[in-house]
Every structure is written in C-alpha cells, then in structure tokens.
Design a protein around this ligand. Structure first.
Ligand code: NAP
Ligand code: 3JN
Length: 347
C-alpha cells in the first residue's frame, strides 16, 4: 500500500472537506481520490487547496479499486455502504457512531491505543470528537498516575452539528442584529421535534435523549472512553452542551487519579512531554486554551490545571481542540497514515 486509492463519503460536508484538506496538506501518499456524496451533489465541483474536484454519487460500485474509504455521511450511510466497500477490498475509516461500540471493531485514537489498529477486519472506527480530545489529554496522566473517575462538561461548537448548524448560527446572528424574528430549525437536533435559537444562547442538549436521561452524545463519551482505555469499570459521567461558537470544542474536566500525593506540577510535567498536547497554563499571564485560538490547529490544548482542595486525588482540567480536525478529520487521516505504515511494513 505505498500509493493509495482513496474515497471520501460525505465529501461535501463539514468533516469530509477537512479530510480532503488534511490529506493534501499532509501529503498523504495518494494514487487517486474519489469524492462521494448524495445524489443531490453528483456532478458538483468543489475547490480545495486550489484544486478542483467533481463529486460523484455514493453507491456500492463506487468502491471498486478503492484502498481506503473515509466515511462521514452519517451512521445510516455507513451501515448501508461500509460493508460494500470492505467487500470490494477497501479498509473503511468510519467517522460515525455506527460501529464504534461493536466489540471486534477497533476504536482508535493513535496517541492512546494505536495497537488496536492491528486487529482490524476491514472497518476502523473514529471516536466522537468530544471523546478524542478528552482521552488524548488524559492518556499521559492515566499512564503515569492511574485513573479512577472522570466527570466532564463540554462546551461544543456548532460545526460539530454540520454545515447547516454553522449556517443557522450565522443567520440567527444576522436576524438578531436586524431585530428580525429568530428562526431555529436545526439545533439542538435536526431530527428532533423542538428547536431553540443558538445565537446568544446555551443549549444543554446534543443529540437525542436516551431513557436514562443522558443524551446520546453524553453516552458516546462515556462508553467510548471505557472502550478506548480498555477500562470497562472506569467511572465516567458527561454533560454535553452546545454554545454559539463556530469551531472548537471546550471541556471542563474533573478527574481522580489512583496515586496519592500527585501535584499540579506533576500533571504539568507529563502534559508537557505528551504527543499532540500543548500546555497553556499560566495564570500570571492569563494563559489558558480558548476555542477561537484552537481553530485550524492540529494540537489539543490543556490549561487551568487545579488540585481539588477537598480531595487529595482530584484535579480539574480545561481542554480545547478543533472539533473538525483532531476531533474528526485529522484523527481519521492519522489512522490512515499509521495503517499505510503498518501495511507497508508487512508487504
Ligand atoms: P454535514 O456537514 O451535514 O455533511 C453531511 C455529508 O453527508 C454531506 O457530504 C452530504 O452530502 C453527505 N450525505 C448526506 N446524505 C447522503 C447520502 N444519502 N448518500 C451519500 N452522502 C450523503 O455533516 P458533517 O458535520 O460533515 O458530519 C457528517 C457525519 O460525520 C455525521 O453524521 C457524523 O456521523 C460524523 N461526524 C463525526 C464527528 C466526530 O465526532 N468524529 C463529528 C462530526 C460529524 P450532500 O452534500 O450531497 O447532502
Ligand atoms: O455535535 C457534535 O459536536 C459532534 C457530533 C457528532 C455526530 C453528529 C451526528 C451524528 C455524530 C458522532 O460522530 O457521534 C453522529 C453519529 O455518527 O452518531
């Protein structure tokens, strides 16, 4: 697999366009690239990094000759077409939740569980954006001091809900400025019955509710974290919230480590040396991560590290990353890069 025939399904979407950008920017060893979307987009031309591409309709035959297929067109499309791609010889890297919790499908964040990649049987799942930035920031802490418990609240950008949600925030901002009536049709969940304005608002619901009272986004974070860490008994609880920010998810995280007597400086030290992590934590200079400054960046930014004054093993962290990059497209492309390395070393 030295030169790769790639397909992107969902190529016109918020995640799909970033996958293409990252493949070109990182000089992924492409032999050919096929951009697939719905029938509506077939024949449309898009321009990325100065190159023009024509969109084709996604169907089973489109995967003939494809080596790696990136899926980001929603779970139902992955359920319909991923096996068709595998049947035709492709390895699927799936950005949806369709296969994340299937036992023998690896759910991979390269900085955390690269070894799981070697077990794949044709499909590799990319975790949810909020999970990726959290587990990547926690891994060096978990490795050094052990991990007992996580309580996390997210502050998620609208781009996580796709291009229509970005458009909705922009048009509602215009409507507010011109004192027109606010139209809400997409958030909190396009498929839901009720919609609320996101401009100048905060919505404590991402995705649909489960009968447990948690939302599916919260359950994804909780279940995916246990699977990626291989810790089914880890205590994890999440609250996921949407903010009027275009790009960049933030997370306020409380964790309990196993070891006694860990200090803030100990946590700083492991984060400073960690892959993909940038420590931004200096209260003297008001240095801490913010989504506006994480947009377009590949790294995960961590700051506001504090020890719980009432619990010897408890710490607070503030974690920010570009949800469309490390949270989705970049992580997928990094999986593909590792896959090519592994397959090339076998050839
Ligand atoms: P988006 O901006 O709404 O884009 C959706 C994409 O899916 C478009 O390219 C669309 O093509 C395509 N599509 C829709 N129906 C299709 C069909 N019947 N056949 C083929 N393609 C079809 O959404 P997004 O934000 O990019 O997210 C796409 C998916 O990626 C999500 O549903 C989710 O599963 C996953 N995602 C994962 C993460 C993560 O955390 N890792 C984050 C965000 C999203 P048209 O333009 O032709 O409609
Ligand atoms: O809302 C966000 O910030 C992240 C959204 C991710 C998402 C959106 C629609 C469907 C997902 C996901 O990746 O978990 C899915 C899905 O595939 O379930």
């Amino acid at each position: 697999m030295s030169k790769v025939n790639v397909a992107i399904i969902g190529a016109t979407g918020a995640v799909g366009t970033k996958i293409l950008e990252k493949l070109l920017e990182r000089k992924f060893p492409l032999n050919s690239i096929k951009l697939l979307a719905s029938k509506r987009s077939a024949g449309k031309e898009i321009e990325i990094s100065g190159q023009k591409f024509t969109i084709e309709e996604a169907n089973p035959e489109a995967f003939e000759g494809i080596d790696i297929a990136f899926f980001s067109a929603g779970g139902n499309i992955s359920e319909m077409l991923a096996e068709e791609a595998v049947k035709r010889g492709a390895v699927v890297i799936d950005n949806t939740s369709a296969f994340r919790m299937v036992e023998d499908i690896p759910l991979v964040v390269p900085e955390v569980n690269l070894d799981a990649l070697r077990q794949h049987k044709g499909i590799i799942a990319n975790p949810n954006c909020s999970t990726i930035q959290m587990v990547a920031a926690l891994e060096p802490i978990r490795e050094k001091f052990g991990l007992k418990r996580i309580v996390v609240s997210t502050y998620q950008a609208v781009s996580g809900a796709g291009v229509e949600a970005i458009d909705e925030l922009e048009s509602q901002s215009d409507q507010l400025q011109s004192r027109a009536e606010i139209e809400a049709q997409i958030l909190p969940s396009a498929a839901g019955k009720k919609h609320y304005p996101i401009a100048f608002n905060v919505i404590p619901q991402i995705d649909a509710f489960d009968e447990s009272g948690y939302t599916l986004e919260e359950l994804k974070m909780m279940n995916e974290t246990k699977k990626i860490f291989g810790m089914p008994n880890l205590q994890v609880s999440a609250t996921c919230v949407r903010l009027p920010v275009v790009t960049g998810h933030s997370e306020s995280l409380y964790l309990e480590v196993e070891d006694e007597n860990v200090t803030v400086e100990d946590i700083h030290e492991v984060l400073r040396g960690a892959e993909s992590i940038v420590l931004q934590d200096d209260i003297q200079t008001q240095t801490y991560p913010m989504p506006l400054f994480a947009e377009g960046k590949d790294e995960i930014f961590v700051g506001r590290v504090r020890k719980d004054p009432d619990h010897a093993n408890g710490f607070h962290l503030w974690i920010v990353a570009d949800n469309l990059l490390k949270g989705a497209a970049l992580n997928s492309v990094q999986i593909a890069e590792r896959l090519v390395e592994i397959e090339t070393s076998i050839d």
